[in-house]
Write a protein that binds this ligand. Structure first.
Ligand SMILES: NC(=O)c1ccc[n+]([C@@H]2O[C@H](COP(=O)([O-])OP(=O)(O)OC[C@H]3O[C@@H](n4cnc5c(N)ncnc54)[C@H](O)[C@@H]3O)[C@@H](O)[C@H]2O)c1
Length: 358
């Protein structure tokens, strides 16, 4: 492990939309982090990021960036189809890795990444940023203190009525799927984490591709990939799933890139035998005292997921974990479990059957 008394030297691979949040977060943590190099297939985009954030070196081939011996860790912010390949190459080059969600696209890839982590002894932190959000950290304390008791049911949705980001997001070969792997990964992960990571028993899911990308819609803006292109769209636009766990708990999920819904929705709710909680849309704890039900509102800076604050926490935690000061909150083995769940939902949807795990 690298010592904490010198700055952690960073390379960022992939300088599209989300990379700017990593770069902002490292810049805001300049006491601990130093940006050395950036890389993107698109040289102009990489050069623009280097100029903006003060990276001295620009690459279009990630292998060249990884060959530098003055880089301690990398943020991987590329399309999903390159996460496994670049993660493994980075680990083998002796770098610590913060890999954007999802860890990768298939279980086979996930197991290879996990093997590379074990073999190299380097850290891989999965970029499931919601685990690092302030509201999640607060709720986790209540869960760990037993205030919810045994959590036996959770329910989460992330509904975009209009929000297919286009480009690689809607090209299955590069993304691995649509809103399930893109948005579902976040809410399934944060529920599973707060439920105490129970062992999954079975999964039943449905996916729908009914509305297309709806690039025809005027007068409403939405998140777009750096190379927005609506012409290719072979991913689902809606998915739902019921996930059962060996301890008897269950999790229901629904997500969409587009849906004839009145509003966008984001909700994450957990129910235990001593209390309940809403993580989203705003942190609330439900409890019972003196024969009375109480809805308790924690007083916090951010009652909902705050993008910038959460990425600052995630990247700072990555550096501290790599320096041996703490354990990562989102290790590679958790990423593997989530990929197993996501791919089982797709398999269930494709076959029309429940997928049962051994
Ligand atoms: N944590 C979050 O909330 C969050 C939000 C958005 C995106 N993401 C994740 O971040 C990743 C990137 O998403 P985005 O929205 O920034 O996409 P984007 O298309 O805006 O940017 C991706 C960039 O990666 C580059 N790239 C692709 N393959 C590469 C390779 N092999 N080598 C070098 N550069 C390569 C592309 O040229 C592009 O500039 C995805 O995995 C996505 O799931 C996470």
């Amino acid at each position: 492990m690298q010592t904490a008394n010198r700055k952690f030297r960073i390379g960022v691979i992939g300088t599209g939309s989300i990379s700017s949040v990593h770069l902002d977060a490292y810049q805001a943590n300049s006491e601990a982090a130093e940006l050395v190099a950036v890389c993107d297939l698109n040289e102009e985009r990489a050069a623009a990021a280097a100029a903006k954030y003060g990276a001295a070196h620009v690459y279009t081939d990630y292998r060249e960036l990884l060959a530098r011996d003055d880089i301690d860790g990398v943020s991987i912010c590329t399309w999903n189809n390159s996460h496994a390949e670049i993660s493994i190459a980075a680990l083998e080059a002796g770098k610590h890795v913060l890999c954007e969600k999802p860890l990768c696209m298939t279980v086979e890839e996930a197991l290879r990444v996990e093997e590379a982590v074990k073999r190299t002894g380097k850290l891989l932190q999965v970029g499931v940023v919601r685990r690092y959000a302030q509201n999640t950290a607060i709720l986790k304390n209540f869960v760990d203190a037993g205030d919810l008791g045994e959590i036996y049911y959770a329910k989460a949705n992330c509904i975009r009525r209009l929000g297919n980001p286009g480009g690689w997001f809607s090209d299955r070969e590069r993304s691995g799927g649509g809103p399930l792997i893109d948005l579902g990964v976040h809410i399934i992960d944060v529920c599973w984490y707060l439920m105490g990571k129970p062992k999954v028993k079975s999964v039943s899911g449905n996916t729908y591709n009914k509305l297309g990308n709806r690039s025809n819609i005027a007068n409403l803006g939405f998140y777009k990939a750096a190379d927005y292109d609506p012409t290719k769209n072979d991913v689902e636009d809606m998915a739902n799933a019921l996930i059962r766990f060996e301890n008897g708990a269950s999790l229901m999920v629904e997500v969409s890139f587009t849906l004839h819904a009145k509003n966008d929705e984001l909700s994450v709710k957990l129910y235990g035998d001593k209390g309940g909680a809403e993580l989203e849309p705003a942190l609330q704890i439900v409890t019972e005292k003196n024969d009375t039900i109480l809805n308790v509102t924690p007083q916090t800076d951010f009652s909902t997921f705050d993008f910038m604050d959460s990425f600052r926490r995630e990247t700072a935690h990555f550096i501290r974990s790599a320096q041996g000061e703490c354990e990562t909150l989102s290790p590679v083995e958790d990423g593997v479990e989530i990929i197993k769940i996501l791919t089982a939902i797709y398999e269930s949807a494709a076959t029309g059957r429940e997928i049962v795990f051994d």
